[in-house]
Each structure stands twice: as structure tokens, then as C-alpha cells.
Write a protein that binds this ligand. Structure first.
Ligand code: SAH
Length: 241
């Protein structure tokens, strides 16, 4: 019995964490496979049984272990949210892939992200978009993420510390906007900064009640259509609004 437990624990460690021999690349590939199997399992809610090749390629490429605290790098490729300090989290890889897929980012698009956090989601977006603007309200997190993205060579990402509720007026309009913290409502300044035909992905709800990931589309005539995608759990959108 004990032996079986030891063998089970050994196998779990071998498969869950990158070993020296295997390395991060294989662990990341396995994470992407898990993300795709989650997509399949949730397709009746989300309407997405698979993700676009661009999203999959970005998830295969971006090194999540460089965006988590060093002490967590060995578990960086678990399909889980992880703490990044200041009470904030880097989102679960499946949610990152789903939100990115819903944005339908095309080469050359200008994209806004609210909630830079670790910078991981911004990097995934930067693999697909022409330019990414990302705003973080917690100064040390925003500064660290900006430096990290620069040192990893993401020249098409600009970061700023501030309240993302008000968007980035100097860079309007955006083809797509992603909010990675839960809001009680869709911020009107962000609707205004979205191009007609543009898409916004945002979790709506309060911290202690069910939140839903929503897809908001701005039609060419400026009217909005919204679709509820999945129940989710995000840290709250803070700030002065
Ligand atoms: N996208 C991040 C994870 C986001 S966690 C990543 O890939 O790591 C949500 C982030 O939103 C937190 O860092 C939080 O500080 C930030 N946030 C909360 N309210 C905000 C606001 N009003 N403006 C900008 N950022 C905000």
C-alpha cells in the first residue's frame, strides 16, 4: 500500500512538474493539451470546442514560468491560477486562452488590456496583435511587468500604471479590449474607446457572488450585443469609479 502511494506520488511529480531532463517546453506543451481538453469539456457553455491556431501557438510560445514568482516556477505549467503578490493572481491558462480566443485578435490589431498583473496575458496578446496597451493599478506590479515584458523582447507592448476604468484615451480606438478583473458593470469609457465592430471580453459580477465572463460586441452602428460565456472567478476591478 505504502509502496503504491510512493509510486503514485513519484509519478504525479514526474508528470505534474517539469523535471530537469524534460524541461519547461514539454511541461508547457502538456499544459496546452490540458487547456484544449478544458475547452472541449466546456464547449456547451462557451460555444468554443477548440481555440484558433493563433491562440494555441501563442500559448505554446509564451514562457509562463517567467511571469510567476521564482518560487513557483516549477508549478508554472499547472492549469491553475497562481499568486503573483499584492493579493493578485495570474489567471488560469485555460481562461487566458478562452479570453484571447473570444477577442478574435488579428495581426495588426490594436488591443487594450486592463489589469496587467504579471504581464503574461499581455504577452499572449502581443504574439497575435500589432500592438498591446496594458494598464495596471498596483504600481509595483505594473512596473515589474513592464520591465519583464521589455526584457523578454515584447517591443509591441506598452504598459502604464493607472486606473484602467478610464482606458487609454491617447491610443484610441481599440480593435479589442480585455478586462482581467471583475467589474460590476461594463465601464462606459471602455465602450467609447472600442472601435465599431470591436470586441470586449470582461468578467462581470462582485467578488463574493457568481461572476460571468461576458463577450460584448460593438456593432457598426454603435449598438452593443452581449453574450454570457462562463461562470468565472476573478479578483475585483478596484479604483475610484
Ligand atoms: N492579466 C494578468 C492577471 C490579472 S489579475 C496576468 O496575466 O497576470 C487582475 C489585475 O487587475 C490585478 O493585477 C489588479 O491589480 C488589476 N486591477 C484591478 N483593478 C484595476 C484597475 N481599475 N485598473 C487597472 N488594473 C486593475
Amino acid at each position: 500500500m505504502k509502496r503504491h502511494f510512493a509510486l503514485g506520488a513519484f509519478l504525479f511529480l514526474c508528470f505534474a512538474f517539469p523535471s530537469r531532463g524534460e524541461g519547461y517546453d514539454a511541461a508547457r506543451h502538456r499544459m496546452v493539451e490540458e487547456v484544449l481538453s478544458d475547452a472541449n469539456a466546456t464547449s456547451s457553455y462557451s460555444g468554443r470546442a477548440a481555440f484558433s491556431p493563433g491562440v494555441i501557438a501563442a500559448m505554446e510560445k509564451v514562457e509562463r514560468h517567467r511571469f510567476v514568482p521564482a518560487a513557483l516556477s516549477l508549478v508554472a505549467y499547472l492549469n491553475r491560477p497562481l499568486p503573483i503578490g499584492y493579493g493578485q493572481t495570474i489567471s488560469q491558462p485555460f481562461i487566458v486562452a478562452l479570453m484571447t480566443d473570444l477577442m478574435k485578435v488579428k495581426a495588426g490589431d490594436k488591443v487594450l488590456e486592463i489589469g496587467t498583473g504579471s504581464g503574461y496575458q499581455a504577452a499572449v496578446l502581443a504574439e497575435m496583435a500589432g500592438s498591446v496597451y496594458s494598464i495596471e493599478i498596483i504600481e509595483p506590479l505594473g512596473k515589474e511587468a513592464g520591465e519583464r515584458l521589455q526584457s523578454l523582447g515584447y517591443r509591441n507592448v506598452q504598459t502604464r500604471v493607472g486606473d484602467g476604468y478610464y482606458g487609454w484615451p491617447e491610443a484610441v480606438p481599440f480593435d479589442a479590449i480585455m478586462v482581467t478583473a471583475a467589474a460590476s458593470h461594463v465601464p462606459p469609457p471602455l465602450i467609447k474607446q472600442l472601435k465599431p465592430g470591436g470586441r470586449m471580453v470582461i468578467p462581470l459580477g462582485t467578488q463574493f457572488m457568481t461572476q460571468y465572463l461576458m463577450l460584448v460586441e460593438k456593432q457598426m452602428d454603435g449598438t452593443l450585443t452581449t453574450r454570457q460565456i462562463l461562470p468565472v472567478r476573478f479578483v475585483p476591478l478596484t479604483g475610484g469609479h
